[in-house]
Design a protein around this ligand. Structure first.
Ligand code: BTN
Length: 252
């Protein structure tokens, strides 16, 4: 984490939005923004991300990778992998991944990742990866109960956000270097698979305009989910376009 600028706010609307403003003002590659609280935390698909005060990690990192924009979605998987490895390094050994990038404990969502990209012509101007990790939340709003969890609820122990944050950034930095050198995810595939909760499970693939049930096999080198349909054919499902659910619940 040497060479990284980390800007810590007490409160922002959204760390992704704040970092976007900084990016447009010329902030450098690997600038990190964290906040104790977000007033307008953003989730995927236009949802909000509950961002109560001083309990959890709300963090975004600015990247200026020199890769083709089609490769940027893989960075989300690199972050999910890094956060899961970091948590396991810190002793949270039952953390798993729901493809492509949710972290899960006891079948409930622990951490979400929102990646936003800006292009200049055909090139990436910047990518912002935002990560929200429920660390010390004791009670979730009613609509999230049963679906969301925190490290505290899973272990009955409070944890230090900064230690976890630093571990995630440390693991991510190494993984990011490998990704930039190789421009694919072969290097993390085996470990990602070992944490992938959907693996070998029936999933419901919700594509725009079609829905089907298939068995999840794992990811290919581009981070797409390989699924085997009932007729035996294998399809690669692209993270940006489809959503995958368990048959009975969020994961399984
Ligand atoms: C999801 O819906 O799963 C993605 C949630 C991402 C939340 C994080 S919190 C830090 C960063 N800033 C935001 O506004 N969103 C992301």
């Amino acid at each position: 984490m040497e060479n990284k600028t980390i800007i810590c706010y007490e409160e922002v609307d959204s760390t992704n939005t704040r970092l976007k403003e900084l990016a447009m003002q010329g902030a450098v590659h690997q600038t990190v923004v964290t906040a104790k609280r977000q007033t307008a935390g953003k989730g995927r698909r236009g949802r909000t991300w509950v961002s109560d005060a001083k309990e959890n990690i709300y963090m975004s990192i600015l990247l200026r990778p020199k890769v083709d924009p089609s490769k940027a979605p893989m960075l989300t998987l690199v972050m999910a992998y890094s956060a899961a490895v970091a948590l396991r390094n810190l002793g949270y050994s039952s953390v798993g991944i729901k493809w492509p990038n949710d972290l899960v404990m006891s079948g409930k969502k622990l951490c979400g990742i929102l990646t936003e990209m800006s292009l200049s012509g055909q090139q990436i101007e910047y990518v912002i990866i935002g990560l929200g990790l429920n660390v010390n939340t004791k009670v979730f709003p009613e609509d999230l109960q049963g679906h969301a969890t925190s490290l505290f609820l899973e272990t009955d122990k409070e944890a230090e956000c900064e230690i976890i944050q630093n571990e995630i950034l440390k693991v991510f930095e190494k993984a990011y270097e490998r990704f930039i050198a190789e421009e694919n995810l072969k290097f993390l595939r085996d470990e990602y698979h070992s944490m992938l909760l959907n693996r070998g499970k029936e999933v419901r693939v919700l594509e725009p305009g079609s829905e089907y049930t298939a068995q999840a096999i794992g990811i290919n080198e581009f981070g797409e989910l390989l699924v085997q349909k009932n007729d035996g054919t294998v399809e690669a499902v692209y993270a940006g376009e489809v959503s995958v659910r368990g048959i009975y619940g969020y994961v399984n």
